[in-house]
Design a protein around this ligand. Structure first.
Ligand SMILES: [Zn+2]
Length: 128
């Protein structure tokens, strides 16, 4: 699945442009737990917090989302590293899932490297 960031309502606010590639693979482990392997990659444009210009940012992440069948399983699965668990039966929105993961992976304040903002005139204002 290849999507323009404009197709993700919450990401469209964050990114000035870009394309994300999403791949979702479902599988079942030995204990019978269902999980979704989520791979998201792409090049997007973030707004630099210093000069408010666009800066390129590479998204590259992999997450596993477990679908728990009950509370106990939910707790066990949620404790695993690098994974999230939701209770099966909850409405699963792939778009929201991808949005959550991408938003969590973003730097808190995206900025060009020191002195590399294309317009240094604007830069001065933010120094005060
Ligand atoms: Zn900048």
């Amino acid at each position: 699945m290849q999507s323009d960031v404009a197709e993700f309502p919450r990401l469209a606010h964050e990114f000035t442009q870009g394309t994300l590639f999403c791949r979702v693979v479902g599988r079942k482990d030995q204990r019978g737990s269902l999980s979704l392997r989520l791979t998201i990659s792409g090049e997007v444009g973030l707004t630099c917090q210093r000069c408010l210009g666009s800066m390129p940012y590479t998204v590259e992440l992999e997450r596993t989302l477990y679908l728990a069948r009950n509370e106990a399983e939910l707790e066990r699965l949620d404790a695993l590293p690098d994974s999230d668990a939701i209770q099966a039966g909850e409405t699963l929105s792939l778009v929201e899932m991808v949005e959550d993961e991408v938003l969590l992976s973003l730097p808190l304040a995206a900025m060009h490297a020191e002195g590399e903002c294309p317009d240094t005139g604007v830069h001065e204002i933010f120094k005060e």
